[in-house]
Structure formats: C-alpha cells, structure tokens
Design a protein around this ligand. Structure first.
Ligand code: IMP
Length: 426
C-alpha cells in the first residue's frame, strides 16, 4: 500500500519527469496533486517532442492510470488540447485511464486576465508568474467562490455558472482598466469542454483510497518545487499551491501512514524563473554557460531561467520540510568543464552563521544573509556515457559525495544527459 511522493527540492524544473520515468514500471496510479498548467515538462513520444502541462508525466506509460487530483487547478481548454495532442500520437487517454478529480478547481480566462493585471500592477515587484491564472483561481478557491470540476457533469448548468463568475471577474477587470471578456463566449467554450471532460470525472479520494487499500502503488507527482511552495517557499515570490510533500496528502486526500518514500529532485546546480531572491545566482559567463548547456529556458513561458551554484542549505531545507527519504540529482553533466565549482555550504549575517536556509522571515529576511561558498574541483570529461557510479570521473564522484554528506540522505539516481537511458542508479 505504498505511496511514493516526488517533490522538487529547489525552485521547480528539477527534472521530476525523469524520476517518474524511472519508477513508472512499478506504479499503478500516478497523480498530480498541486498547481496547474503553470507546470511544464518536455517529453519525447513516438519521435515527437511535446510539452505536458497538466497531466501526470506517467501518462506516457500505458499501464499507469492517471489522475489530476483535487489540489490541482484545471484550465479545461488546456486539458482538452493536451488530451487531443496525446491521442493524436496514439497514446490512450480515454476516461478508463485518465481521470479528473471532481474536487479540482477550474481556471477561467478571466483568472488569466486577473493574473496579468495583478502582475502589471505590481510593477518592479512583479512575481513573474506564468500568467496562467493560477493565483486568482486558488484565491477564488480559498474565498469559496471557485467552480469545481465536478460541475462539468452538467455541461449546460456549468456554462451558466461560468458566465456568472465571468461577470463578477469582469467588474474587477474593468476597475483595473482591463477589457472584460464575453460571458456568453466563455460559457459556450467551457460548456463544450465539459461535454468532452465529463466522462473523465471521478471521486479522486475514492480512487486514491481504493488504490492504496488494494496494495497498489500510488505515485504523487509534485509540480514546481519546495521554494515555490505557498507556505514554505520564498514568499511572496512563490506559486499559490502546496508544492511540498504535504501537498500530496491534502491535494489527493490520503493519510501519511501510506507514504513509503519521499523522493526529492534537485539539479546539480540551481535555477529559478521569475522574481525573488536567489542568493547563489550567477550573472557572469558561468551562469550563461549553465543556461546554454542545460537548455535552461522555461517550458511554459520560454523565459530564460536564472542560473546559479548549488545551494546545500536549500537542499537541507528541502530534506526537512518534505521529510525526504532520498534525493535524485539531475543534470550533473551540465557542470562539465566549469572550473572550479562552487557550492553554498552556509549563510552568514554579520558574525552569525547557519548551515540552514534562513527563510523563517520570508524572502525579505533571506536578503539580509550572504551565502558562504566552498570551492570544489571540476572535471572535463563528458558524462553522457556513464551508466555506473564508478564510470564518473573522480571529481564528479566527490561532488556527489559532498552533497550526500551535507544532506544526510542517499542519492539514489543521477542524471547525466537528457535521454532516459542517461541515468545512473548508484
Ligand atoms: P504562478 O505559478 O504562475 O503563479 O507563478 C508564480 C511563480 O512560480 C513564478 O516565479 C513562476 O515563474 C514560478 N513557477 C510556476 N510554475 C513553475 C514551474 O513549473 N517551474 C518553475 N517555476 C514555476
């Protein structure tokens, strides 16, 4: 009856899909538990490259049932488009296999417009959101004015409810000087989506509960990462959902006693997209080199990602707030040829020093602290062909060992290239 949780240990984009791929053979149900189509990962199927935003990445593994869980906010137009794209490639995305929790919340185009208006109003302090309407949809959920996916069971009535909410949002948009949207047009579009999605609706907690009670394996796929978590990230520069491991329990509706593994995923360096503090950010040629070698451009927005050195206090923080049992380290190959390497080992403020991430007072508190670096030897060998830990050059092995020592949990997977097979399981 195990549940395995996969969670980003940094600011998202850690390569969680790679870890899912590696586990999918032993999984029965894969579920997204947080976020919406702000997430994105690139997958290669049947020779086509496609970008998934809403469905669990395990959707490409034919024997895995997939669930978009209650904690997710769903843009039905995007979900239909994603299902169509996959169906066009011959992937079975029928309602027997791909399911949508009735308790998930709906994103409307007016949520997207409000997201954009909010960002514009914040000016220089903009969060740098993906403008997918994530924050406004979760705000409506918390205010108890949101629409849940289950309403799509009655498409006509759903259309009417959509029009009502669009009218309310339009008043907010008009006061922000943004053009309103046609309630009738949005209602018609959403009613059509509901016709399509209705057969996929399920009671998500029942599906999850039955899976666990039958001794089957549930894989909980986290989106974004620990430092983008609404409660435990670099607030206010965060997303609006629970990205940490605890979000899997609330977002899917099961209890902690089922959890057998919590796998954190981290890159061998650090990246973030959007605004907010990033103490080890590299604004020099090393940062650019990592960006090019790691193809660090957002999957959802195409924005260049900010790149920096690995930060061990961040990883220790992720171990703590998620209860990680192990870490998957991705993109080690990207660091080839960089000399010397630096890693953040502590933070300093005046005479005070801490090995932990001083995030207790949010993003503003973190600004007062300076990272303390340790220099490490780099390597020049390409790592793409390495399949065993011993195939790695000594400096790369030491880099991995240094991380393990700092975080106190084992590294159980190392990514050495973009292809599935470029994986070492030490
Ligand atoms: P939102 O989730 O669109 O509201 O954006 C809030 C913050 O989270 C912004 O800094 C985004 O760049 C960031 N963000 C949202 N989704 C992802 C993701 O999947 N990867 C990395 N950053 C993300």
């Amino acid at each position: 009856m195990p549940a395995i949780i996969i969670v980003g240990a940094q600011w998202g984009d850690e390569g969680k899909g790679r870890v899912v791929d590696n586990l999918a053979g032993e999984v029965h149900l894969a579920a997204r538990y947080n976020g919406g189509d702000n997430a994105g990962h690139t997958v290669v199927a049947e020779g086509h490259t496609l970008r998934l935003h809403l469905l669990p990445s395990a959707v490409l593994h034919p024997y895995v049932t997939c669930l978009v869980g209650a904690g997710v906010v769903v843009n039905p137009v995007r979900l239909v488009a994603e299902l169509d794209e996959l169906a066009g490639l011959g992937v079975d995305v029928g309602p027997e296999r791909v399911k949508l929790a009735a308790a998930a919340h709906i994103i409307l185009p007016t949520h997207q417009a409000l997201d954009g208006a909010g960002e514009t109003a914040r000016g220089a302090a903009a969060i740098g959101t993906t403008r997918r309407g994530i924050g406004p949809a979760y705000a409506d959920k918390a205010a108890r004015t949101g629409l849940r996916a289950g309403l799509m069971a009655d498409p006509e009535d759903f259309g009417e409810r959509v029009a009502e909410v669009v009218r309310a949002h339009n008043r907010l948009l008009e006061s922000a000087g943004v053009a309103p949207l046609s309630p009738a047009d949005v209602a018609a579009q959403y009613c059509a989506c509901a016709q399509r999605l209705r057969p996929h609706l399920v009671d998500g907690t029942a599906l999850v509960g039955e899976t666990l009670e039958a001794g089957r394996v549930l894989l909980c796929e986290g989106a974004q990462g620990t430092l983008l978590d609404l409660d435990h990230g670099t607030y206010p520069y965060v997303t609006s959902s629970s990205a940490v491991a605890g979000g899997a329990l609330t977002g899917l509706g099961f209890g902690p006693r089922h959890v057998s593994r919590v796998i954190g995923v981290a890159k061998a360096y650090t990246t973030r997209v959007g605004g907010g503090p990033f103490p080890s950010e590299l604004l020099d040629e090393h940062g650019e080199r990592i960006r090019q070698a790691g193809r660090e451009y957002g999957t959802t927005t195409g924005r260049p990602r900010r790149c920096g050195w690995l930060d061990l206090p961040i990883l220790r923080y992720a171990v703590r707030v998620n209860g990680l049992s192990e870490l998957a380290l991705t993109k080690l190959d990207v660091l080839t040829g960089i000399h010397p390497l630096q890693v953040v080992v502590a933070y300093r403020r005046g005479r005070e020093e801490t090995r932990h991430l001083p995030l207790g007072f949010g993003a503003a508190g973190l600004e007062e602290w300076r990272p303390v670096y340790e220099e490490m030897a780099g390597w020049d060998e390409s790592l793409g062909e390495a399949r065993r830990f011993t195939d790695l050059p000594a400096a790369a092995r030491e880099y991995v060992a240094r991380i393990e020592k700092a975080i106190g949990i084992p590294i159980t997977l190392i990514g050495v290239g973009p292809e599935r097979k470029q994986t070492i399981v030490p």
